[in-house]
Ligand binder design. Structure first.
Ligand code: NAP
Length: 266
């Protein structure tokens, strides 16, 4: 009787997820369950007490695209998933450069943006500065939900009052007349209605972050009939394939690393 030769066990492939989003955490949760994959999530370290994903975690910047490429080579990363926030444009650019340098395939995981519905009074702008320029014509009591970074754009609007909601406390320069609400999503529709009512908010400013966790503010604004200034997303760098959900990203990882092999790109 001939004994079949033992099949060599393949080392798990290493996937680096550039994180800081719910989708990145969900992707890590999906990938840790797959014995063929080893996952490391990278966080920028901006949030004092982040919700940590399962699997490996590293925290802090890489030192630009070259640093990221170096990390990828040193840690034998087989594929890179840019699952950063749609507005983290610098990191997304660095991911493109690093993936090319280190010859690993790159995927962008981006939740779809929000779509205006009947009754919405949206004003689409390209930047926080443009949002600030529009505000005095739209209202006096502003619900500012664009995060703690970038408040300098609103710092000169002395005639307006701001309710600033962010995960961690903002640092100056900030608007002179503001109250800070430290909180992080998901937010309920009931809670958003209550904030608009209690603070007599008459305009909302948001980035087009997309996703369900922070969408109830849009419904509450529609119901209250108040305008919403929506900051448009920077585009995903050209040529990078995009997955809209963590499940699509898992499919890409499996396809790249098993069907096509680790050297495949695109
Ligand atoms: P960014 O402007 O695109 O990136 C600035 C620098 O931060 C990068 O060059 C990189 O430093 C470092 N960095 C960013 N994301 C990183 C990551 N996942 N791992 C390691 N280093 C990272 O980014 P940002 O807009 O400041 O966002 C920072 C983080 O917060 C991101 O992870 C993002 O997913 C999350 N976030 C951002 C927003 C937003 O509205 N921008 C909202 C929610 C969550 P080095 O060059 O030194 O590598």
């Amino acid at each position: 009787m001939t004994v079949p030769a033992p099949v060599p066990a393949l080392a798990p492939v290493h996937v680096l997820v550039l994180g800081g989003t719910t989708e990145a955490r969900l992707l890590a949760e999906r990938l840790v369950g797959d014995p063929r994959v080893r996952v490391t999530t990278s966080l920028a370290g901006r949030v004092a007490a982040p919700r940590l994903p399962p699997g490996g975690v590293r925290v802090g910047g890489f030192g630009g695209a070259d640093g990221l490429a170096e990390w990828v080579r040193e840690h034998r990363v087989d594929a890179l998933v840019d699952a950063t926030h749609p507005f983290a444009a610098t990191m997304s650019r660095n991911a493109v450069l690093a993936a090319a340098q280190a010859h690993v395939p790159l995927l962008a995981l981006r939740r779809p943006g929000w779509v205006a519905q009947d009754g919405d009074r949206w004003h689409s702008v390209a930047s926080l500065a443009e949002a600030a320029g529009l505000l005095p014509a739209l209202g006096e009591r502003v619900f500012l939900t664009t995060g703690r970074m970038g408040l300098a754009a609103f710092a000169d609007l002395d005639g307006l009052w701001f309710l600033v909601r962010s995960v961690d406390a903002p640092e100056p320069p900030c608007p002179a007349r503001m109250e800070v609400l430290l909180d992080r999503g998901p937010f309920s529709l009931e809670g958003e209605r209550e904030l608009i009512r209690r603070h007599r908010l008459d305009v909302l400013v948001t980035k087009d972050s997309g996703g369900d966790a922070t969408a109830p503010k849009l419904t509450a604004a529609r119901e209250a009939g108040i305008p919403v200034v929506v900051v448009r997303r920077p585009p995903v760098p050209e040529g990078v394939p995009v997955a809209a959900t963590p499940d699509e990203a898992v499919e890409w990882v499996v396809r790249k690393l098993y069907a096509e092999g680790p050297a495949a790109s695109g």
